[in-house]
Write a protein that binds this ligand. Structure first.
Ligand SMILES: C[S@@+](CC[C@H](N)C(=O)[O-])C[C@H]1O[C@@H](n2cnc3c(N)ncnc32)[C@H](O)[C@@H]1O
Length: 256
């Protein structure tokens, strides 16, 4: 029987794919809006997340609530027993992942890596956190009731992950990794290559800030563009647009 589908259509070169939605608001937002439907008084980790999103330091470098929901849904469905995150920042994405692991209820844990160095002022961020970031994140995790689901690691993420190969992590142990640390091309590659031996066939790598025009970071895009040439046929990926600011997110699955 003949099938109907994309017959007669031609693939579009990525640079011709103009649909990269602009801001969902006429001007750049200045803070995150936590959706009212997630303001659930009986869910401790969502309440802690709502308060964290209200902290000025959380904007704009944390994952947006919409993107966090996406990350959370992936972890709920992939159900990794061990997840890795590079780039804890102030803990927003960590809470989204750990909240999913808690809801999964099967003993999963996220290992989150950051230098925990000082955060300075930057565009859209008129506050700083020069010291005490790790303690700040630990307090947010405790407030969320998620201590059992998170292990924080201080230091350069690629080095720290490699140091745990064969100890906390065996080959193929990490079915889900979120890469959001050093956003230079070299730094993103170092994270991805440190994680790669741990990723089973079928495992997921999620990269944030994949649209340089919006995020002003080049590393994640460079890794995606070079992945095919460095590991032909071993990965498939899809770009996802993000609201309210389209920093971009890529979901990469290891298939080889
Ligand atoms: C954009 S923020 C991460 C945001 C966070 N994932 C979230 O959505 O809430 C990037 C983080 O990467 C960290 N970072 C940068 N280079 C790093 C490195 N080489 N090793 C570990 N962490 C690094 C920074 O300290 C910063 O906290």
């Amino acid at each position: 029987m003949a099938t109907r589908g994309a017959s007669g259509k031609q693939p579009v070169a990525l640079h011709e794919l103009a649909y990269r939605p602009a801001l969902h608001t006429p001007s750049h937002p200045t803070r995150w809006e936590f959706p009212a439907y997630l303001d659930n008084p009986s869910c401790r980790w969502l309440q802690a997340l709502r308060r964290l999103y209200a902290e000025p330091i959380a904007f704009p470098a944390s994952l947006s609530p919409e993107a966090g929901l996406l990350l959370h849904a992936l972890v709920r469905n992939v159900r990794p027993r061990i997840a890795i995150e590079t780039g804890t920042f102030v803990g927003v994405s960590t809470l989204w992942i750990a909240g999913a692991l808690a809801e999964n209820g099967d003993g999963g844990r996220v290992h989150s890596f950051d230098t925990f160095g000082p955060i300075g002022r930057a565009p859209w961020r008129d506050v700083e956190m020069l010291t005490g970031r790790r303690e700040f994140v630990e307090a947010r995790i405790a407030e969320a009731g998620l201590d059992a689901f998170v292990a924080l690691h201080a230091g350069d993420s690629a080095d720290a992950i490699r140091a745990l190969h064969g100890a906390a992590f065996g080959d193929g142990d990490v079915a889900f990794a979120f890469v959001d640390g050093d956003h230079s091309a070299e730094g993103t590659w170092r994270d991805v290559l440190a994680i790669e031996p741990l990723l089973p066939t079928g495992g997921f790598l999620v990269l944030h800030d994949t649209f340089p025009d919006y995020s002003s970071h080049v590393g994640p895009r460079a890794v995606l563009d070079q992945l095919e040439e460095r590991a032909a046929g071993c990965y498939e990926s899809v770009d996802v647009y993000l609201a309210p600011v389209n920093y971009g997110l890529a979901v990469v699955r290891r298939v080889g």
